[in-house]
Design a protein around this ligand. Structure first.
Ligand code: PMP
Length: 352
């Protein structure tokens, strides 16, 4: 730390992203990327003469991307906000909606960025323990004491919460925004989008990083009441108006319009998830029922960190978290059939 660093920076732990090794090629099942390439329509955008246009600033309103999103989901563009990855959308939501006098609430086992954002913006937060089986007890979120963040499906557990349960939380928190982070929602049927017209305090955050195979393009968006979206726009225009670059705006629009490719590849992931879950259970693993493009698994008597290291030694990267409650679990991204088979084979050989 330099002598110039602020108290905020000194006192916070930054987010630690999953490994992105540059040294050798691994079977990479550690950061929930999509194992298939993006749509051909995306490649057409990247291959075109677009490089010349990069001398010009991008459209700060992200118009064509918003229009493409509203073609797929039946909203108006005033209900859509676009960000540089959903991490940026989440960060701006902390800035826009979390008040200093309140307490931000989220589960103790969830996306690791929530406590980091809270610290970054100098906010009090309460990490509410998940139940023993890692499910969320909706009753814990009914006190209307601050902005609520819930990932649905949750990460890293993969468990989903029903629309009825989310509705209870919305009703009980009329004075606060309830942010539902649907980063993995395309891999299940758990979206709360149907509630947007009904509840002004609902903000849904989505990403192109997972189901559209565009983690490297950094495209996220939020859906919600026009007043919430206007707040996010104000925050963005006070921080980074050209937050999406020219290529990403076009790439995102092309990707979301290719419904056929999206549906085909997402359903392949669901098939592969089922087989991976079955195969892991066959090997004696406990595997939570996942609604995401990853599974969360542990084997009794096997140390999670040792297993992670053993897999790494064998060229397979998965994610291990050192938090006490989940330290024996591994979060494994659902890969191609071949990648999953290689993982199962390696586990089979190393667990004997
Ligand atoms: N929410 C959750 C629950 C995630 O797991 C991730 C991925 N790390 C994100 C948001 C952020 O994704 P991105 O910034 O790539 O859109």
């Amino acid at each position: 730390m330099s002598i110039f660093s602020t108290e905020t920076l000194k006192n916070m732990d930054a987010y630690v992203p999953g490994e992105q090794p540059q040294d050798k090629s691994y079977i990479k099942l550690n950061t929930n990327e999509f194992p298939f390439p993006p749509s051909e329509k995306v490649k057409a955008v990247v291959n075109s003469e677009k490089a010349e246009d990069l001398r010009l600033y991008s459209d700060p309103t992200c118009r064509i991307l918003k229009e493409a999103i509203t073609e797929v989901y039946d909203f108006k563009t005033e209900n859509v906000f676009c960000g540089n990855g959903s991490d940026e959308v989440l960060a701006l939501s902390f800035l826009a909606f979390c008040k200093k006098e309140d307490t931000v609430v989220f589960p103790d086992i969830s996306y690791g960025f929530y406590p980091v954002f809270a610290s970054f913006f100098g906010l009090k937060y309460n990490e509410i323990p998940l139940k023993e089986d890692f499910s969320i007890d909706t009753g814990d979120y009914l006190s209307d004491c601050g902005t609520v963040y819930i990932a649905n499906p949750n990460a890293p557990t993969g468990l989903t919460l029903s629309e009825q349960e989310i509705e209870k939380i919305l009703i009980a928190n009329p004075n606060h925004v309830v942010v539902i982070d649907e980063a993995y929602c395309d891999f299940s049927d758990c979206s709360s989008m149907g509630l947007i017209g009904k509840y002004k305090n609902l903000l849904i955050v989505r990403t192109f990083s997972k189901s559209y195979a565009l983690a490297g393009a950094r495209i996220g968006f939020a859906l919600g009441d026009r007043e919430l979206i206007a707040d996010l726009e104000k925050a963005k225009f006070s921080f980074n108006p050209y937050n999406l670059n020219r290529l990403s705006i076009e790439i995102g629009a092309a990707a979301i319009k290719d419904r056929e490719y999206f549906e085909k590849t997402v359903s392949l992931i669901k098939e592969n998830r089922k087989k991976l879950t079955d195969d892991l259970r066959q090997l004696g693993f406990t595997v939570l029922n996942s609604g995401a493009n990853f599974v969360f698994a542990k084997k009794d008597g096997v140390d999670g960190e040792q297993l992670y290291l053993k897999l790494k030694e064998n060229g397979i990267l998965v994610r291990h978290f050192s938090k006490e409650r989940i330290k024996d679990y591994l979060r494994i991204t659902v890969g191609t059939k071949e990648q999953n088979a290689a993982l199962i084979d390696t586990l089979g050989r190393n667990l004997k």
